[in-house]
Design a protein around this ligand. Structure first.
Ligand SMILES: C[S@@+](CC[C@H](N)C(=O)[O-])C[C@H]1O[C@@H](n2cnc3c(N)ncnc32)[C@H](O)[C@@H]1O
Length: 268
């Protein structure tokens, strides 16, 4: 492990509040713009050359334009991916004429997995297993330690740490029902010192924990830091994987290897 520094993408084009502040709105505008530009290309080709461009090429142009515009407009990286895949998904559902039940099942699964991502701006994506030794290295050894993963996804971080520190207590809080349900089952196997809550972390009191760990997104960090500063007790630790707090230098930055994201640690 090495001490490191890292840059996160930040800066927002959107206003701070209201419907237009949502990245979903910007994503929709980008899709419309990409569609308009590729349609212009299609119309010009028809008018000038009698329609030589294949529909698949136009689809790739549309998807690439949407991804590049998302990048240029400083959307988070997962939006580039969503924006690229979205036009293919729409065309595939039309071409293969999916049964409405299949479309509904896909939609419901997505809702249960991503739940209020449009509001929190924190989608589900797992941390790397190389993160665990970095956390362990900083975790105090006393038996009554309580650790919480805020935005615990499928519960991997807390369950894995609990295996290595069986005397300590590991919690997680997750707002999306499907990952929470999986973590709830995993906790049943992991024993009484592992527990996952289904709620928004804003409803928890961070004063109850010795270590608060988060892997969220740049958008969540300023609000999270406010909660950490207001509620965490002196002598406790706040850790954030990959995303730092703007303007607040971490006490430690840890990396397990050069290509991995940084674990930032603040001593409260
Ligand atoms: C990037 S994933 C991290 C998963 C897990 N901590 C890990 O390291 O593998 C972030 C998770 O935070 C959850 N989340 C986002 N905002 C939340 C909130 N306000 N309260 C609880 N969970 C939240 C998301 O649903 C998502 O599952």
């Amino acid at each position: 492990m090495e001490v490191a520094s890292s840059k996160t993408r930040k800066g927002k084009l959107l206003p701070d509040e209201g419907v237009f502040s949502s990245p979903v709105f910007l994503a929709l505008l980008i899709q419309l713009l990409a569609f308009g530009l590729s349609y212009l290309m299609y119309a010009t080709d028809r008018w000038q050359f009698g329609g030589t461009l294949s529909p698949y090429l136009l689809l790739i142009v549309h998807a690439s334009l949407a991804a590049v515009l998302s990048f240029l407009l400083r959307m988070s990286w997962w939006w580039w991916l969503i924006q690229f895949v979205f036009p293919f998904a729409v065309v595939a559902s039309l071409v293969f004429q999916l049964h409405p039940g299949v479309s509904l099942a896909i939609f419901v699964s997505m809702v249960l997995l991503f739940w209020s991502t449009y509001r929190t701006q924190v989608p589900y994506f797992p941390s790397k297993s190389s993160l665990l030794p970095c956390i362990l290295e900083q975790l105090p050894a006393h038996d009554d330690l309580s650790f919480i993963d805020v935005g615990s996804g499928f519960g991997g971080v807390s369950v894995s740490l609990a295996r290595l520190r069986p005397q300590q207590s590991f919690f997680g809080v997750e707002v999306a029902p499907f990952p929470w349900l999986v973590s709830w089952f995993r906790a049943k196997w992991a024993g009484p010192r592992v527990c996952f809550y289904l709620k928004d972390y804003l409803q928890l009191d961070f004063a109850e924990f010795d270590v608060v760990f988060a892997y969220l997104s740049p958008a969540a960090m300023p609000g999270l830091w406010e909660k950490v500063s207001a509620e965490m007790r002196p002598g406790t630790q706040f850790m954030s994987y990959e995303f730092t707090v703007p303007g607040i230098e971490a006490d430690l930055t840890i990396k397990s290897n050069a290509n991995d994201p940084v674990l930032y640690v603040w001593r409260i």
